[in-house]
Design a protein around this ligand. Structure first.
Ligand code: BDR
Ligand code: CA
Length: 309
């Protein structure tokens, strides 16, 4: 199985990324780090602990990193994720404590302790990973791959051309893209095919354990805010798609291509320029997701939840 560090900003879909990573047999989840994004850092850290508590995930350290973007101001996603970044269910007080090391040193220690290269899956703004790359450049050769939910080959969701994770900290995304390890982007063009339909809700509900019950409450809230805010009654469950790509090669298809992050656009900051037709003639620098087997994806999510508490 693949050793994985999950960097996230829970967030409804981040919680499912945690659960898929913890419950899938091909993923060895070694650490969870949190970043300000969908909510403030204190909220995303608390919510990660709640996700672990509900699912009975023990022995995976959880540590907070950056409170906000490298140079821009933090702007949270309350209209989608609620005021506490995890609207819907009543949140239990988590028994899982936060690890005092901080995200950057937890990533370093996890990499140093691993017997093989480690995969980093990031499902929020890339602030922590950029800071890690700048702080410990000598550790980057021990990173097998960085897989990021963010960006889009087409339009955005927070501005016409920028996706939230990319828009919040584009400077961090540009640093990580350039850092050295293989970089894979899973954008809205693919995650908008991972839709929480009535059938998906019914199947998760039928799993019947505590994680499933909590998850259904999360998904009902997520569907309602997505309908109000984005006109999508079946919300896209973005973040676990990044975990699925690592867990089961083939579920998500990718293209080797040129990716650039817009840093200076007056209307387009955070837009991801994906040169699928190689119009610019630049060397490819990323793998960009182009398709998903949504049926297999949801089977994986369902099976992972079944394997948890
Ligand atoms: C991304 O933004 C957040 O709201 C979600 O958790 C996901 O990571 C989708 O644009
Ligand atoms: Ca997220």
């Amino acid at each position: 199985s693949t050793p994985v560090i999950l960097d996230c900003d829970p967030g409804h879909d981040d919680v499912f990324a945690i659960w898929l990573a913890a419950g899938h047999p091909e993923i060895d989840l070694r650490a969870i780090t949190t970043v300000g994004g969908n909510g403030r850092l204190d909220q995303t850290t608390y919510n990660a602990r709640v996700a672990a508590h509900v699912a009975g995930i023990a022995g995976v350290p959880i540590s907070p990193g950056a409170a906000g973007p490298l140079v821009r101001r933090l702007s949270t996603a309350g209209s989608i994720h609620g005021e506490n970044a995890l609207g819907g269910p009543e949140l239990p007080v988590p028994s899982v404590a936060a690890d005092p090391r901080g995200a950057i040193d937890l990533i370093r220690d996890t990499i140093d302790a691993a017997e093989q290269q480690v995969t980093i899956v990031a499902t929020g703004p890339l602030t922590n990973i950029a800071l890690f790359a700048r702080t410990y450049p000598d550790r980057l050769s021990r990173v097998r791959e960085i897989v990021w939910m963010g960006g889009s080959t087409g339009r955005g969701n927070v501005t016409p051309y920028a996706e939230f994770n990319s828009w919040l900290d584009p400077e961090a995304a540009a640093i990580v893209l350039d850092a050295g390890p293989s970089f894979t982007m899973i954008g809205l063009n693919v995650t908008h095919q991972a839709l929480v339909t009535h059938d998906v809700l019914a199947r998760i509900d039928a799993v019947g354990n505590r994680t499933a019950a909590f998850g259904v409450e999360l998904l009902n809230f997520f569907n309602s805010t997505y309908e109000t805010d984005q006109g999508m009654p079946d919300a896209p469950l973005h973040d676990p798609v990044a975990v699925a790509l690592v867990a089961a090669p083939g579920v998500v298809t990718t293209a080797r291509t040129r990716l650039d992050i817009e840093l200076h656009g007056t209307e387009t900051a955070g837009a991801t320029s994906v040169d699928l037709l190689n119009t610019l003639g630049r060397a490819p620098n990323a793998n960009v997701a182009t398709g998903i087997d949504a049926g297999r994806f949801w089977e994986m999510v369902e099976e992972a939840i079944r394997a948890l508490s």
